[in-house]
Design a protein around this ligand. Structure first.
Ligand SMILES: *Cc1c(COP(=O)(O)O)cnc(C)c1O
Length: 365
């Protein structure tokens, strides 16, 4: 069996033991160390650690002082946390359709979705590749909007050589299966000293000095045990990402030319960190996406459908006052065609070749 993800954090043991022996378990020196190392990975001045990626998104929106009815334009093709964070922050979500080449919001659709109540653009750097920040960041600037990046899947990805999460407020997740993990964890990155300061106060009950409250805050703190898990990963992130990249290239070479199978691409000017390797199974293929998935399962090849529906297409959001549903034909089609295959750094060349062989067999090639 070749699983879709492998979590291996055994080398964190000495760092976790160091925390256990120190007795400083929350918002201590290991969290500080994690924040400094992660800010360097992103290329941002500050990283503010929080307890998960959803919280990172909520906190980023909360420091922007949104009012009820203020709108956030985001992607319909994302994990539900993106939408839930917008609703938790009391804002309204509006959706811009995606492009099929990067699976991220189409800047033209974003421009068309901007209205009088729009306050934030929130692209999602899906699967580990940056959205088109070369167009989206200037769009935010031109309209006086905040840019909040859902970079939960894109640790270390770049656009024009600049780290994602350094263009606007960057929101990262360190959930168990993400490219860098603390088990559960998150961080917000920013170059803005004042915003970083507000985030640190917000995360700690709105408290700067003990019992001196500056805002209505929350407990969003990360523990030092969690931070310790990520320390060795931050040291080897470039090597691990390079392995994911070479696996993706090997998959692309092996799967080239199959009728009805669209392989993913790293677009010019973007460095893809391959959180997921996602193909599209189109109408020209001899099998449907679901048939391919089932046959791969039988052959011991792990796979996943990220995501099976557009994010607002559930009963619980249908009548929700904070959700403005819209027609998103590209995203809707991609939910029916997408299939993610294993690309993780624990794969050997033989594993990658086994995935290629399995897919080619199902295609009768
Ligand atoms: C994982 C993820 C999140 C949420 O992160 P958690 O740490 O699970 O709360 C948000 N957005 C996207 C796109 C994600 O993949």
């Amino acid at each position: 069996m070749i699983p879709i993800t492998v979590v291996d954090v055994r080398d964190a043991e000495p760092y976790v033991l160091e925390v256990l022996r120190s007795g400083v378990l929350a918002q201590g020196p290991m969290v500080r160390r994690f924040e400094e190392s992660f800010a360097a990975v992103v290329g941002a001045r500050h990283a503010v650690a929080v307890n998960n990626g959803t919280t990172a998104l909520v906190a980023a929106l909360q420091v922007l002082d949104l009012q009820p009815g203020d709108e956030v334009v985001t992607s319909p093709f994302t994990f539900v946390a993106t939408l839930n964070a917008i609703l938790e922050a009391g804002a309204t979500a509006r959706f811009a359709d995606i492009r099929e080449d990067d699976f991220c919001v189409d800047p033209d659709a974003v421009a068309a979705a901007i209205g009088p109540r729009t306050k934030v653009l929130m692209p999602v750097h899906l699967y580990g590749q940056a959205a088109d920040l070369g167009k989206i960041a200037p769009l935010a600037e031109e309209h006086g909007l905040h840019l909040v990046e859902d970079a939960a899947q894109a640790h270390g990805a770049t656009f024009d050589g600049r780290g994602v999460g350094s263009f606007g407020l960057g929101c990262f997740s360190f959930y168990a299966t993400k490219n860098i993990t603390t088990g559960e964890g998150g961080a917000i990155t920013t170059d803005d000293d004042a915003v970083a300061d507000r985030l640190r106060v917000l995360r700690n009950q709105g408290m700067r000095q003990r019992y001196q409250y500056e805002m209505a805050g929350h407990n969003y703190r990360m523990t030092d045990l969690q931070a310790a898990v990520a320390i060795p990963q931050l040291e080897k992130v470039e090597r691990v990402t390079a392995r994911r990249k070479s696996n993706a290239e090997r998959l692309n070479a092996g799967l080239a030319g199959l009728p009805g199978l669209r392989t993913p691409a790293e677009l010019p000017g973007r460095s893809h960190v391959w959180h997921q390797y996602t193909v599209l199974v189109t109408d020209e293929a001899p099998v449907t996406r679901d048939e391919l998935a089932e046959r791969l399962g039988e052959k011991g090849v792990g796979h996943g459908v990220y995501y099976p529906k557009v994010v607002f297409d559930y009963d619980c959001y249908r009548e929700h006052p904070g959700v403005v549903a819209s027609d998103v034909p590209v995203a809707s089609r991609v939910t029916r065609q997408c299939l993610s295959l294993p690309v993780h750094a624990a794969m050997s060349d033989a594993d990658v070749d086994a995935v290629v062989t399995a897919v080619r067999e199902v295609f009768g090639a």
